[in-house]
Design a binder for this molecule. Structure first.
Ligand code: DQA
Length: 144
């Protein structure tokens, strides 16, 4: 069974209550529940790691050796070269997801140091972006 690692960065544990006008009212555990349903259909294994710590995220990538990665790096998106290096070194397809459209907000959010190592980037589609990312990875990992 191919395994997909779903990584969420700083503050995404407070989804649902943090700035709902921007990030919506869906919680991270609701998103994880929906992804579990998609994974079951697709016959994929799923692992979730949420952390405010860059170190925890970097170590999860090397320790868990997944077949594909979905990552919402949150604010680490904009400056974490260690995270970008770890994703690149993993050698597996990475889909970067953002709930909000990072290009329609403050200027500093427009730069992602993660995007150059991503196979694809989804932003601005809210929680559904995670589902679309998993569907895309399912296709890639089955060679379709
Ligand atoms: C975010 C966008 C980032 O700029 C921000 O720091 C976040 C969430 C998003 O999902 O829209 O924490 O990654």
């Amino acid at each position: 069974v191919k395994r997909v690692l779903v990584l969420n960065g700083p503050n995404l544990d407070t989804l649902g209550t943090r700035r709902p006008e921007i990030y919506g009212t869906t919680t991270l555990s609701q998103i994880e529940g929906e992804l579990r349903d998609v994974a079951r259909e697709a016959g994929l294994g799923l692992e979730f790691v949420q952390s405010a710590s860059e170190q925890v995220l970097v170590e999860a990538i090397s320790a868990r050796k997944p077949d594909g990665i979905i990552i919402n790096p949150a604010a680490l998106t904009h400056f974490s070269h260690p995270l970008a290096d770890a994703l690149r070194a993993s050698g597996v397809p990475v889909i970067e997801v953002h709930l909000s459209n990072i290009h329609a907000r403050e200027q500093y959010r427009r730069l992602s140091v993660i995007s150059p190592v991503a196979r694809g980037v989804i932003c601005g589609l809210g929680p559904a972006g995670y589902r679309f990312a998993l569907e895309a990875l399912a296709r890639m990992l089955s060679g379709r």
